[in-house]
Design a protein around this ligand. Structure first.
Ligand code: GLV
Ligand code: MN
Ligand code: MN
Length: 410
């Protein structure tokens, strides 16, 4: 019997997982290392054990669920993604990669198919990066791109420490983070953009991902009484930050092809309705498909913020919090995705990822590739994010074929 993806089982697993942290508009809020994250991890571990997998958890909370292969010395083929979400996130971003991996194992079990190399389904810790310092924390640490202690010591806006929160939810594992060979890493994901849907193509073979530089900007002014201090005598840090946000948006339009620049998180101090804000801290997320352009953008963004700070008599500090260079995925693995789609008769096109993914970090230490499927109207990081059972199954069928081919390669 040939291993076959079960479309209904895959969809039902998504709907079951989406109940954890469900939001009123049909989305999901499952911030990293919260109670909801724990419940989703527990459900995955339960399902993986029921599918016969052995579970390992490493020191930053990455979960590996292994289906044994026939060659005890072979390095695993790893596939997965993340279960944490944005505050107003959707049901498929991350969860799809994990549940597609689980469906691969379930389908192989149904058909009694063995592979030479073991298959690990992985759940990376804190991909989204909206609670602690930066994104892809678990995979970046695994790949040696982030010092483990720095990750464990990161704090959320309430001062809660990553390592303490990990222990609190019961996922501070004992396996060392990283340090074992991965034969190949595949990640399935919704596209999070409109291309596949517009083209009517159900599967994308992802050849690479754009680069990203993130910053934290601290603007310092002076607190003052909202009723008594005349307008021309104020040093309003929030007003300065707002002008900077506008200027940063304008910077994006001066580069071609157009980059993306987002000010997405703002903290105002003291955040009181009748005190002029004395300090404002905001984040910048800047992305572009060329590394050189990202550096030029950084210079232009810094100049724009400095000009406004000088004009308004405000203090300014701009700290780069992360740099993710442009990534090219492994040509052989990308070809195995194209071949799998071709053999299944599923239309497939090459594409480039606008979003960052755990695969971008793992590409530093192992051959990596991604499979994209369409999402409705290209909407993601939004409660309305949606995908069809058939598209999810098509991407998973391609994953299954590519994983098995790679795991059986001598
Ligand atoms: C991941 O969600 C990203 O920000 O690209
Ligand atoms: Mn994701
Ligand atoms: Mn995301």
């Amino acid at each position: 019997m040939r291993a076959q993806v079960n479309t209904d089982r895959l969809w039902d697993s998504h709907m079951e997982m989406a109940k954890i942290g469900a939001t009123p508009k049909g989305g999901v809020c499952r911030l990293s290392l919260t109670g909801e994250d724990k419940v989703s991890r527990d459900l995955f571990v339960q399902w993986a054990k029921e599918a016969g997998c052995d579970i390992r958890v490493d020191t930053v909370g990455n979960i590996f669920a292994r289906r044994a292969g026939t060659d005890p010395d072979a390095a695993p083929v790893v596939t997965g993604s993340h279960l944490d979400t944005q505050p107003l996130g959707g049901r498929f971003d991350g969860a799809y990669g994990v549940l597609a991996g689980l469906e691969v194992v379930r389908a192989l079990n149904d058909a009694n198919v063995e592979t030479r190399a073991p298959i690990d389904i992985v759940v990376w810790t804190d991909e989204e990066g909206c609670r602690f310092t930066t994104k892809t924390m678990g995979s970046a640490t695994f790949a040696g791109l982030r010092p483990e202690q720095e990750v464990l010591d990161g704090v959320d806006p309430d001062g809660k420490r990553f390592g303490d929160e990990l222990a609190r939810i019961g996922y501070a594992g004992t396996e060392p983070c990283g340090g074992f060979d991965i034969a190949a890493y595949f990640e399935t994901h919704i596209e999070q953009g409109p291309i596949l849907e517009d083209e009517g193509i159900p599967v994308g073979a992802v050849v690479g991902a754009q680069g990203q530089r993130c910053f934290e900007v601290t603007v310092t002014g002076e607190e003052g009484h909202a009723g008594t201090l005349p307008m021309d005598q104020r040093k309003d840090a929030y007003l300065g930050a707002a002008r900077m946000a506008d200027a940063l948006n304008a910077v994006a339009f001066t580069f071609q092809p157009m980059p993306v620049i987002t000010v997405g998180h703002v903290r105002v101090r003291p955040n009181s309705r009748n005190t002029i804000p004395g300090q404002t801290v905001f984040t910048i997320d800047s992305r572009h498909p060329r590394n050189e352009t990202l550096v030029e953008m950084k210079t232009a963004m810094q100049a724009a913020c400095e000009r406004i700070a000088a004009d308004m008599g405000l203090g300014l500090e701009m700290v780069e919090t992360s740099v993710s260079p442009v990534v090219s995925f492994d040509e052989d693995l990308v070809q195995s995705v194209r071949d799998a789609a071709d053999e299944l008769g599923i239309p497939c096109c090459d594409m480039f990822s606008g979003a960052g993914h755990d695969a971008c970090k793992i590409a530093a230490v192992a051959p990596a590739a991604m499979v994209f499927v369409p999402c409705k109207d290209g909407i993601s990081h939004n409660e309305l994010e949606d995908a069809t059972p058939d598209d999810l199954a098509a991407g998973t069928a391609v994953l299954l074929k590519a994983v098995v081919a790679t795991a059986n390669r001598a």
